[in-house]
Design a protein around this ligand. Structure first.
Ligand SMILES: [Zn+2]
Length: 911
C-alpha cells in the first residue's frame, strides 16, 4: 500500500515524542523492524520495557506476579520525574481520596489541586488479540522518551500493563509462525490467521481472563486486580481485538447496563468517547460505539472500573493477526494500522484524562462518598455463613478483600434482623454463628461489592422488550454474556442480605485464617475418620489416593466416640492399610488443612458401624479428558485447572481426534467436557467409537459428561443413556411427569395404615388425569421449539438435591446451577436423578429466565446417574464448574469423579 493514506498513517507511529532529542531507542531501533511489521514477542517486549524503565526518569517497572508458564506479569508507571521520585508519597496521598470517611477537612481539595489523576491501561488480555501489545510498546516509548513533561506526564500517573496474558499470546504467536509461509495471505480463513486449537484467547488453562476480574480464579487476575485496586485509578482502559472484517469499537456500552454503575461513570464515558472520535475523525478512520458490547456482567476489565469510581473504557480493533487481511470491497487492513488505532486511542484518552484531571478526581471522591450511603430499600449488608463449609466461605472472602472490599466478622453468635435469602421469601430474624462474615454497604466500594454479591439484579423493561423482539424476529440475543454470577450463589454458601447495618460486634477482617490440619487421637485402635462437609476433605482424599491408601466413604451420617460425620465422610481402617498410614496421616492432615479423627472402635452410637457395608471402598480415579478441536476450550480448561492445578491430580489429556480409537483401558473415569455443539461428539466418536465407549463403560468405567457431551449421550441417535433430550420425547411427556410424581412420592413416603391393614375400599384418584384429551404432538413440538429460543441466558437456577444419593455428598439441600443451554433433559426410573431443577415457583434464583424457559426447565434433570453393566454414566445439564467458580455444583462433579467409581461401579477382585 503506497497511498497518501499510508503516508499519513506512518506519521502516527513515527512522530517524534516531544521537542528535543531522546537517547532512548524507539521500538523500531530496539526490535529491529518498522512499527507494525510484525508482532513483538514476549521476551523482547519485557527487555524493552526494562530498558525504558532503566533509562527514562519518566518510567518505572513494577513486577506483580507470574503467569502459569512462569512469565513475569508487570506494569509500567509513567509520570513526571519529580513525581516518580516521590512515588510512594504520591500514591499514599492519592489513595487517601479513595476513602472519604478518613479525609481531613481541606485535605481533599489540597490533594486534588496538587496531585495527578491515575489512569490504568491494559493491553492484550486475550492472547490472540495481538495489536494492542505492540501499541503498548509505542505508547510506553512516547511516555518514557519524552524530553520534557507533556500535559499527560504533568497531570497523570499512567499505569500501563503491556501484556496482560503472556502465555496466551506466546502460544498464539508460535501457532501463527508455524502456519505462515514465505508468502503472506490476507485470507482470514487461512491458518496463518487462525492458528489452531486451543488458539490464543485464554491463558495457560484456557480461561477467559477477561471474565475473571471479580472472581479472581486465575493467577493473572490474582496479580493484576490487587495491583489495580492499589492504585485507585480514575480511568481503567482495556484494549482488545474483534473480528477481522470489523472496524473499531469503543465505549460507551449499550444496554443492558448494570444498575450498580452510577450515572457519572456513564457521563464520563461519553466525554472520553467524544475526544476519541475526534482523534479518529482526524484520520478519517471508521469506528462506532454502543453497538454490541453491553455492561451487564461486571467481570470485564473495562466494566470492573465502573464499579470502583473509575471510568471504564473498552477498545475493540478489527484483528489482522500480525499481517494483513483482505476485506469486503477490496480493501485491506494492515497490522500496522491496527496498532496505530490503539496508539491513537490511548493517547486520545490520556489527553482527555489529563485535561479533566481535577474533575475526574472530584468525581472519583464523590462516587466513593455516595457509595457510603446505600440507597433506600437496598441492602445495607450481606452476610456469609461459614456453617457448612468454612474453607469455601473463606476463599470467597479472600477474593473480595483482594479487590479492596472491606469484610467484617464476629467471634460471637449475633442476632440479625431483616434477613433475606436468595429464594426471595419473607424477611427473617436469625441467630448467625460466630465466624459469620459481614460485608457492609456503607463502604467506599459498596457498588462493586453489591454487584458481586447481590442475588438478583433486574434489567429494565425497555431492554427486556428489545431483547424479546430480537429473539423472536432475529432468532438472536442482544446479551453478550451470562446474566447471572452472584458469587454466594455460585459458591453455594449460605448467604443473606439485610436492610439493617451490621452490629458493632462485627470487626474488620485483616486476613482469612486457613484451617490448620490436625489429628485427634493419632494412635487409634481401629482407624481414622475425616468429615466430608468442608472442601478440605477433597484435598485430603486426593492426598490419600496419591499415597495409594484404601479409603472408604460413609453412605449415611454417623456418630463415633462423640464425633459426628456427614454423608460421604472418609474412613481409613487400620487393618486395610499399611502401617505407614499412622505416620503419614499427620502430613495429609497438615497439607489439606483437615481434621482427622482417630477412633478406637468400629461401633457407632448413631448411624452405620464402621465395619459394615455402608462404608464403601473408594477407587483411585484414573481420569482421562479429551482435548482438541471439537471440545470447548474454556470448558476443558476449567476441568484441567481444577484437577491438575487446584487438586494436584494426574490426568491424561486424550487427543479428541483419537477418541474413537484410543485405548481406554488405563482409565476408570472418562470426563467429557462441553463442546459447543452435541454433534461434535457424534463426529469425534463415530458409530464405532460409541460402541467402544459403551463397552468400556459396561466393563466398569465411569463416564461423566457435561453440557453438550451429556446431550450427545442422551441423544436418541447415540442411545448410550436412558436420559432423554426433552424435544426428542415430546410424546412421552406424561410418562416423565408420572415418573417425577413417583420420585417425589418416594422422597416423602406416606403410609396410610388404615388402607394398608384394613379392608377400606380404594378411592380412585379422579382429580388427576381428568384434563381434556391427549396432548397434540405438533403443538407440543411448536411450543418446545419456542421455549428453546427463550433458553436460559447464563441464569442461575435452583437445583434440588436428592439427600440420599452419593452425588450430593457435602452439597447441602440445593445448589445454584449456571444454565446456558437450549437442552433440557428428562429422566425417570431406573435413572437416578440426584439433582433436579426446582418447580416453576422456585426455579429462578438469578438472571434472565423467560416464562417459556421457566416452564420448560422446571422439574427437568440437572445431574443423573445410571448403571451400565458394571459401570455407570453421570450426566450434567451444564458445566458444573463453570469458569472455575461455581463451587456449589462443582462439588457434585467432584463427587462423581472421586467418590463415583467406588460408589457406582463394580471393581474386579484382585487375584
Ligand atoms: Zn478481547
Amino acid at each position: 500500500m503506497t497511498t497518501a493514506r499510508s503516508v499519513l498513517i506512518a506519521l502516527v507511529l513515527s512522530v517524534s515524542v516531544a521537542s528535543g532529542q531522546s537517547s532512548i531507542p524507539s521500538p523500531e531501533a530496539f526490535f529491529g523492524f518498522a512499527p507494525g511489521v510484525k508482532p513483538v514477542r514476549y521476551d523482547d517486549a519485557v527487555r524493552y520495557c526494562r530498558l525504558l524503565a532503566s533509562q527514562s526518569p519518566r518510567m518505572r517497572m513494577v513486577e506483580m506476579g507470574e503467569s502459569y508458564e512462569h512469565r513475569t506479569l508487570f506494569y509500567l508507571i509513567a509520570g513526571s520525574p519529580e513525581r516518580l521520585r516521590s512515588l510512594d508519597d504520591i500514591r499514599a496521598r492519592h489513595n487517601r481520596l479513595a476513602d472519604p470517611r478518613t479525609l481531613r477537612p481541606g485535605e481533599e481539595e489540597s490533594i486534588i489541586t496538587e496531585d495527578p489523576a491515575v489512569v490504568w491501561i491494559g493491553y492484550g488480555i486475550h492472547g490472540d488479540e495481538l495489536s494492542s501489545v505492540d501499541a503498548a510498546m509505542h505508547v510506553a516509548y512516547r511516555l518514557a522518551a519524552a524530553t520534557e513533561d507533556t500535559v499527560i506526564l504533568k497531570n497523570l500517573i499512567v499505569c500501563l500493563e503491556p501484556i496482560e496474558n503472556p502465555d496466551g499470546r506466546e502460544r498464539y504467536l508460535s501457532q501463527l509462525q508455524q502456519w505462515s509461509g514465505s508468502i503472506s495471505t490476507g485470507d482470514v480463513q487461512s491458518m496463518q490467521h487462525n492458528g489452531s486449537w486451543p488458539y490464543g484467547r485464554g491463558n495457560h488453562y484456557l480461561f477467559d481472563v477477561n471474565r475473571d476480574w471479580f472472581t479472581l480464579e486465575c493467577r493473572e487476575s490474582q496479580a493484576r486486580v490487587p495491583a489495580v485496586a492499589g492504585w485507585n485509578p480514575q480511568v481503567i482502559i482495556d484494549a482488545h481485538e474483534m473480528g477481522a472484517l470489523d472496524t473499531y469499537l469503543f465505549s460507551p456500552a449499550r444496554d443492558p447496563i448494570n444498575p450498580n454503575i452510577g450515572e457519572p461513570a456513564r457521563h464520563w464515558s461519553g466525554v472520553f468517547a467524544a475526544d476519541q472520535a475526534k482523534a479518529f475523525d482526524a484520520h478519517g478512520w471508521s469506528y462506532y460505539t454502543r453497538e454490541w458490547s453491553d455492561d451487564w456482567f461486571p467481570g470485564y476489565g473495562s466494566s470492573w472500573g465502573s464499579y470502583v469510581g473509575a471510568v471504564g473504557i473498552l477498545y475493540e480493533q478489527a484483528g489482522t493477526d500480525g499481517s494483513f487481511v483482505r476485506r469486503p470491497g477490496g480493501t485491506t487492513m494492515s497490522y500496522r494500522e491496527a496498532v496505530e488505532h490503539h496508539v491513537v486511542s490511548s493517547l486520545a484518552n490520556l489527553t482527555t484524562a489529563a485535561a479533566h484531571r481535577k474533575e475526574l478526581l472530584h468525581e472519583f471522591v464523590a462516587s466513593r462518598r455516595s457509595a457510603l450511603e446505600p440507597r433506600k430499600g437496598e441492602p445495607r449488608a450481606f452476610y456469609l455463613l461459614p456453617r457448612a463449609n468454612p474453607t469455601r466461605v473463606g476463599s470467597l472472602v479472600e477474593r473480595l478483600m483482594k479487590q479492596g472490599i472491606e469484610v467484617r466478622t464476629t467471634t460471637q453468635e449475633t442476632k440479625v434482623r431483616a434477613l433475606h435469602d436468595a429464594t426471595g421469601g419473607e424477611a427473617m430474624t436469625r441467630l448467625l454463628p460466630a465466624g459469620t462474615y459481614a460485608v457492609s454497604m456503607a463502604q467506599p466500594l459498596s457498588r462493586l461489592a453489591k454487584a458481586i454479591l447481590e442475588f438478583d439484579p433486574r434489567m429494565t423493561t425497555a431492554f427486556l422488550e428489545e431483547e424479546r423482539k430480537t429473539l423472536q424476529k432475529e432468532k438472536d440475543s442482544k446479551l453478550y454474556d451470562v446474566t447471572a454470577w452472584s458469587l454466594p450463589l455460585a459458591f453455594g454458601v449460605e448467604a443473606y442480605w439485610s436492610s439493617d447495618d451490621p452490629a458493632s460486634s462485627f470487626t474488620p477482617v485483616t486476613t482469612v485464617v486457613r484451617p490448620q490440619g490436625k489429628v485427634v487421637n493419632p494412635r487409634p485402635a481401629y482407624g481414622f475418620l475425616i468429615d466430608a462437609g468442608d472442601d478440605v476433605s477433597i484435598d485430603a482424599l486426593v492426598g490419600l489416593f496419591r499415597r495409594d491408601y484404601q479409603v472408604r466413604a460413609a453412605r449415611e451420617t454417623c456418630v463415633v466416640e462423640g464425633h459426628s460425620f456427614s454423608r460421604g465422610s472418609l474412613l481409613l481402617r487400620l487393618n486395610e492399610n499399611p502401617k505407614t498410614l499412622v505416620d503419614s496421616i499427620i502430613s495429609v492432615a497438615a497439607s489439606a488443612g483437615v481434621t482427622v479423627v482417630g477412633v478406637n472402635t468400629a461401633l457407632s452410637s448413631k448411624g452405620p458401624d464402621l465395619g459394615g457395608n455402608d462404608f464403601v471402598l473408594l477407587r483411585n480415579p484414573r481420569i482421562a479428558i479429551p482435548a482438541g478441536p471439537g471440545v470447548s476450550m474454556t470448558g476443558f480448561g476449567a476441568l484441567w485447572h481444577l484437577l491438575d492445578f487446584r487438586l494436584g491430580m494426574k490426568v491424561t489429556l486424550l487427543p479428541a481426534s483419537q477418541l474413537a480409537t484410543a485405548d481406554l483401558r488405563p482409565y476408570n473415569v472418562l470426563l467429557l467436557p462441553s463442546a459447543g455443539e452435541p454433534q461434535a461428539y457424534q463426529r469425534l466418536f463415530g458409530k464405532g467409537g460409541i460402541a467402544r465407549l459403551k463397552e468400556w463403560c459396561e466393563g466398569g468405567g465411569t463416564v461423566v459428561a457435561l453440557d453438550e457431551a451429556a446431550a450427545f449421550l442422551a441423544d436418541t441417535a447415540t442411545g448410550a443413556s436412558a436420559v432423554r433430550l426433552r424435544h426428542q420425547v415430546l410424546k412421552d411427556l406424561d410418562l416423565y411427569a408420572k415418573g417425577l410424581e413417583w420420585e417425589r412420592a418416594a422422597a416423602a413416603p406416606v403410609v396410610d395404615s388404615l388402607r394398608l391393614w384394613g379392608n377400606v375400599p380404594v378411592v380412585k384418584d379422579t382429580a388427576k388425569g381428568a384434563k381434556a384429551g391427549p396432548p397434540n404432538e405438533k403443538e407440543l413440538a411448536l411450543s418446545d421449539e419456542r421455549a428453546r429460543l427463550f433458553m436460559p441466558r447464563g441464569s442461575i437456577l435452583r437445583v434440588n438435591l436428592d439427600p440420599d444419593h452419593w452425588l450430593s455428598f457435602g452439597a447441602g439441600d440445593y445448589v445454584g446451577a449456571l444454565v446456558y443451554t437450549a437442552d433440557a433433559f428428562l429422566s425417570r426410573d431406573p435413572v437416578r436423578t440426584a439433582a433436579r431443577f426446582a418447580d416453576e415457583d422456585h426455579l429462578r434464583l438469578s438472571g434472565l429466565l423467560w416464562p417459556e424457559a421457566r416452564e420448560r426447565w422446571a422439574g427437568t434433570a440437572y445431574a443423573t446417574r445410571e448403571a451400565k453393566g458394571k459401570g455407570q454414566i453421570v450426566l450434567f445439564a451444564g458445566e458444573p464448574n463453570f469458569r472455575g467458580v461455581f463451587r456449589g455444583t462443582e462439588r457434585l462433579l467432584l463427587n462423581a469423579l472421586l467418590w463415583g467409581p467406588g460408589f457406582g461401579t463394580a471393581a474386579p477382585l484382585e487375584w
